[in-house]
Write a protein that binds this ligand. Sequence first.
Ligand SMILES: C[S@@+](CC[C@H](N)C(=O)[O-])C[C@H]1O[C@@H](n2cnc3c(N)ncnc32)[C@H](O)[C@@H]1O
Length: 387
Amino acid sequence: MSSLPIPNADAQAHSQQLALLIQDRISQHGGWLSFADFMQMALYTPSLGYYSGGAKKFGVGGDFVTAPEISPLFAQALANQVSQVLDETKGDVLELGAGSGKLAVDLLLSLQTLNQLPTHYYILEVSAYLRQVQLEAMQKCLPATLMERVVWLDTLPENFVGVMLGNEVLDAVPVHLVYKSATTDSQTLCERGVAFNGDFYWQDQPLPAGALYDLASAYGLPDDYLTEVSPEAIGLVSSLGCALKRGAIVMIDYGFSAREYYHPQRNLGTLMCHYQHYAHVNPLIYVGLQDITAHVDFTSVANAGERSGLELMGFCSQAQFLMNCGILDIMSQVSPHDMARYAPLAAAAQKLLSPAEMGDLFKVIALGKGLNQALIGFASGDKSHML
Ligand SMILES: C[S@@+](CC[C@H](N)C(=O)[O-])C[C@H]1O[C@@H](n2cnc3c(N)ncnc32)[C@H](O)[C@@H]1O
């Protein structure tokens, strides 16, 4: 932790303002706040939270790099999947959590090339600051004929037809921390929350009977085990399922099936923070300045989808999905002899596909309603049976 870059004075003042708000909230809650509430405030407090405040987050000069920021190749391959569903449904696109707007720009340009433009490209973004970033990026990169299709929404639409998608959105949804202690007492499930005594610090409370207890105890956690549970992510998937009348929901993120997620050896959970390309595990510092994220339990995503009337259409690694969507064909349109164009493409493909980089850890899940065709992205290597 000592090697983390030190924020400048402005950033520290910004963080201090948010820390005071969180301290107030902790006092109002009797001295203890669930980590999910802490994470919600740290990331999304208007103007002050990490995603709601004004520092650069994505790409070089930010805190982390996401697939759409690496190369348009990602969007170009994804466009083939989106295009298939739009062809069948004649629907629209709804992107959740559009970040810098890069995926939206490249997807719209690719869908235009494929002659499969949706009437509307909706964006649902919780951060007012990022909406502005997206608007500016898109105005700069898209012609008016594409720009006029883009609409920012405040809430999920009803009876949506088409494709809903989100890249690295579920990992940014608040999680509860659950700790199973090493005693044999049956009341050993605790919720790990945040208290304050000059600094934020961890404090465990017995987990009372209720929905969170039921969720956490269903995994049969080993003793002395810390993990995350996200009813909020489950709720988000259920809401998407209810809003979708016909089409597909495609979510891309790092994570595992429940069996791997709650594996006995993963006894410290998956919570991570990112600050200026340093990854570390302490979310209680640099509040509002750093990203906080947890891996996604794709089994609970699939189950939540199925409970809200969706069918699991596929689950596989990002590498498999992008190859099924034709990423290698897209690359082959550039000659390897044209080194100036081919070398960056090959480097990007390596990052997106290599098992040592994003290829294996990142997964793609698709949930659908009323579709007749199997999705091309899962034609080979579908691992739905692992969920
Ligand atoms: C890690 S960033 C990913 C951004 C972008 N999709 C990318 O791949 O670069 C997470 C994004 O999800 C947004 N977000 C988080 N929770 C959301 C929700 N419930 N609905 C819509 N957007 C959400 C954040 O504001 C942010 O834009």
